[in-house]
Design a protein around this ligand. Structure first.
Ligand SMILES: [Zn+2]
Ligand SMILES: [Zn+2]
Length: 370
């Protein structure tokens, strides 16, 4: 089989994505071919386009997608042609030092092959018309009509959830909800502050609500995003442009500071605010990203008093367990996903979609294929 399809290819950082015809061979024995039906535009893709995250080129970006299983390898056990799946970007070996310690996000094979833009079996799947091999961002590369992934990366979900909503579960929603439900120990009377109300932060607000937090303080610099946060469960909102976020955290918690602070803004200032706003003995989870070469300064006193700080990039995701639960939560009306989608676009409009993301005009643009 030699599959031909359209994909958005990045040839160099700073250049626009180019829609091209690419080709791929049949999936390997432990892989599946997924027909992509929807893919979200995430900040991580933008970081690669802008060059702050460096990957080998040319590459197919896209790591938040849902689709239909079109073909399965001979050794694939659980998946069937026609399954509706959400794709995970954290394949792992299951038996290395970190996998043994319950940290699949640090799996040695995952960390070794990911930055080289390889598929999880160490190969490359797609080629340009010239024969040149293409890399795949985060073991996916789903800004195209098809994607070949290892079996463990395609997670079946209920067929009733529309693809454009399902795709969000694969990255932003998993990261935010997972931080609140899988990582933070949120109690029923707790005050949770969420800093940054993009897709990840809004998902963290919802995770805090699902965990039963009594007060949820949303913090952002955009009133429209704060309004959305309130619809999703925030009990108080703080515009950090005009208000003091740390004072608001104290006000919302009898002067102590928030029990849990989830940071999803990705700036040195928001990282500093997070440790100032949490109470003694409280918990801070950092989800936002800044340039890895950057230094961040903290007031030492803000780090003291038994505070716990954890950095997470995927909300301690266990995709096979969590993706179907999140899809079910959407279908049951407990998780809002429709509101996270600002625009639905075609693959051909992908560059405009990233310009809007960069300009802060969108929570999520979702590419739909039909
Ligand atoms: Zn992402
Ligand atoms: Zn491993």
């Amino acid at each position: 089989m030699n599959l031909q399809y359209e994909a958005a290819v990045l040839h160099a950082a700073g250049a626009p994505l180019v829609i091209e015809r690419v080709s791929a061979a049949a999936p390997g024995s432990a892989e599946v071919l997924v027909r992509v039906r929807a893919a979200g535009l995430c900040h991580t893709d933008l970081e690669v386009i802008e060059g702050s995250l460096r990957y080998p080129m040319p590459i197919i970006l896209g790591h938040e997608a849902a689709g239909i299983v079109e073909d399965v390898g001979t050794a694939v056990g659980k998946l069937r042609k026609g399954d509706h799946v959400v794709l995970s970007w954290n394949p792992h070996c299951g038996h290395c030092f970190y996998c043994d310690r319950g940290l699949p996000i640090l799996c040695e094979d995952y960390l070794e092959r990911g930055p080289r833009a390889l598929a999880f079996d160490g190969s490359r799947k797609a080629r340009l018309g010239s024969g040149e091999e293409l890399g795949h961002l985060m073991f996916l590369g789903c800004f195209g009509e098809y994607c070949i992934v290892s079996e463990q990366q395609a997670i079946p979900v209920a067929r009733e959830i529309p693809f454009d909503r399902a795709c969000l579960i694969g990255c932003g929603v998993m990261t935010g909800v997972g931080a609140a439900l899988n990582l933070a120990r949120i109690g029923r009377a707790d005050t949770v502050m969420v800093i940054g109300c993009g897709a990840v932060g809004l998902s963290a607000v919802q995770g805090a609500r699902l965990a039963g937090a009594a007060e949820i303080i949303a913090c952002d610099v955009d009133d429209a995003k704060l309004e959305l946060a309130q619809r999703m469960g925030a009990t108080l909102s703080v515009n950090a442009k005009t208000e003091d976020a740390v004072a608001a955290a104290k006000k919302g918690s009898s002067g102590r500071g928030a029990d849990v602070v989830i940071e999803a803004a990705g700036s040195a200032g928001s990282l500093r605010t997070s440790v100032e706003a949490v109470r003694p003995g409280g918990e801070v989870i950092w989800l936002g990203k800044i340039d890895v070469a950057m230094d961040v300064a903290f007031r030492w006193g803000a780090l003291m008093q038994e505070k716990r700080i954890r950095r997470s990039s995927y909300g301690d995701a266990r995709p096979a367990r969590d993706f179907p639960l999140l899809a079910r939560a959407y279908l049951d009306g407990r998780l809002m996903l429709d509101e996270l989608i600002t625009r639905r676009i075609r693959l051909a409009d992908i560059n405009a979609g990233f310009a809007a993301l960069k300009g802060g005009q969108t929570i999520r643009s979702v590419i739909t294929f039909d």
